[in-house]
Design a protein around this ligand. Structure first.
Ligand SMILES: Nc1ncnc2c1ncn2[C@@H]1O[C@H](COP(=O)(O)OP(=O)(O)O)[C@@H](O)[C@H]1O
Ligand SMILES: N[C@@H](CCC(=O)OP(=O)(O)O)C(=O)O
Length: 412
């Protein structure tokens, strides 16, 4: 019997030299809520197998808060931040200890990397984290990453490890992102309902328009399926293929595809094809990680020109702006609805804008006759087709939103 060839994204995942694997809390815990050593060992078996096959693997693991519950006598995941942080503090070191002893079965060393959003938002920190990962991988260490929950505050939290995993995948130059959860694939509706069917291939984001997202079934995680889709779109939008599969199928999800055999590799789960070629670090950082210094409101025509025709943003299409940015700073570009639709490096100081917004270039003095944001300095912010506010960009903190008493300038 001849076996059929796997899809291109599956083969890309199977052939990736550097892979980021993310596992959710629900896949590491018992039904009572504590860490489940057997499930953790199953995951480690799969990661060690992939490393033995010649890949570099970065593991993004949730589970710190879940692991800290029982030592603190907490019956369920607490709602308040301070208790979550205390649980994470206790749980993270239990988790790290468990990973260290489980990987030791394969003579593999783990390195713990705890990140806050600052480590990705600030460019110098981003480079520093990149260097650290590079060194760990060169030493043959398996980096085990989590959010630094103990110090992250409500304002600076990543929100969830799905998003963190996509950012880390780009940061380490991974060729694949594997999201492991307690569900075996993406479904077109709530997987607990009988009429829902699995979606095995996502060639592009338009497929997701018909996917229904049920509220997360897990009591221990924070992400839910919506955040997994946002993560998948973040990675595919940067040129990285994604596989979403069950942690119970970790071995099959991390299977390798030999260069000369198109029939072997990850057969399980849902494969997401990359949308583009790999994005440059500069534009990826701009889209997903940059903290903006202000925001600029666009009229409908400018939104179409900038997003639809990839044109530069000219003063004529601007209705208002907030913030005290300088030329070179990052600004959010807002649709007339107020939604962030793009982000760019601004070409003017905020002080220059009141005199030029709403006017065409020929009307302006020579030194001001250039785009407010040049097309090469601009990226669209994905709003995850049909998933509304789960788009990553709208979750990035905006300095202008935080500034109390920040002024707004409106063109009339
Ligand atoms: N369309 C869907 N397809 C698959 N799973 C879905 C869908 N909608 C909601 N879910 C739920 O999302 C859950 C996974 O999210 P979550 O519990 O946060 O996982 P994790 O702890 O792995 O991050 C699954 O248990 C599943 O019930
Ligand atoms: N950083 C937290 C997990 C946050 C999170 O995203 O959880 P999950 O949705 O289970 O991946 C922890 O270790 O408990």
């Amino acid at each position: 019997m001849t076996r059929s060839a796997l899809s291109a994204p599956r083969l890309a995942v199977g052939r990736a030299r550097t892979v980021v694997v993310k596992v959710g809390s629900s896949s590491l815990t018992t039904s009572a809520g504590g860490l489940d050593p057997a499930r953790l060992d199953t995951l480690v078996d799969a990661v060690a197998g992939r490393v033995a096959a010649g890949s570099q693997v970065v593991l993004v693991s949730s589970g710190a808060i879940a692991a800290g519950l029982s030592p603190l006598g907490l019956p369920k995941r607490p709602r308040d931040l301070a208790t979550q942080q205390a649980a994470a503090s206790v749980g993270q070191q239990l988790l790290a200890h468990r990973y260290a002893s489980s990987f030791a079965r394969y003579r593999l060393t783990v390195g713990q990397v705890l990140l806050t959003s600052d480590d990705v938002v600030r460019r110098a920190h981003y480079r520093n984290a990149q260097r650290t990962f590079g060194k760990l991988l060169a030493f043959g260490v398996v980096p085990v990453v989590n959010e630094n929950d103990t110090v992250a505050t409500a304002e600076i939290k990543f929100g969830d490890n799905d998003r963190l995993a996509a950012l880390v995948a780009h940061l380490v130059g991974a060729q694949a992102l594997i999201l492991l959860s307690d569900v075996d694939a993406l479904y077109d509706g709530d997987p607990r309902l009988p009429g829902s069917s699995p979606v095995f291939e996502v060639p592009d984001a338009s497929v997701l328009a018909g996917v229904g997202i049920a509220a997360s079934s897990s009591d221990v995680g924070t992400g839910g399926m919506a955040s997994k889709l946002t993560s998948a779109l973040t990675a595919t939008g940067a040129g990285i293929p994604v596989l979403l599969a069950s942690a119970a199928d970790a071995g099959a999800a991390l299977a390798t595809s030999p260069p000369d055999d198109d029939t072997c590799g990850p057969t399980v789960g849902t494969a997401f094809a990359p949308a583009t070629r790999r994005t440059s670090a500069r534009l990826f950082w701009l889209r997903h990680a940059a903290t903006s210094s202000g925001s600029i409101g666009l009229d409908h025509g400018a939104v179409t020109a900038v997003l639809g025709r990839r044109k530069s943003l000219l003063p004529a299409g601007i209705t208002h702006f907030f913030g005290d940015f300088e030329s070179g700073d990052v600004v959010d570009l807002l649709a007339p609805t107020g939604e962030i639709v793009a982000r760019g490096f601004v070409g003017h100081d905020a002080g220059e804008l009141p005199g030029i917004i709403g006017r065409s270039l020929p009307e302006l003095p020579e030194q001001l006759r250039h785009p407010v944001v040049h097309a090469d300095d601009l990226v669209a912010v994905p709003t995850a087709n049909g998933l509304g506010s789960v788009g990553t960009g709208s979750r990035v903190e905006s300095a202008s939103e935080q500034r109390s008493g920040g002024s707004q300038h409106v063109h009339s």
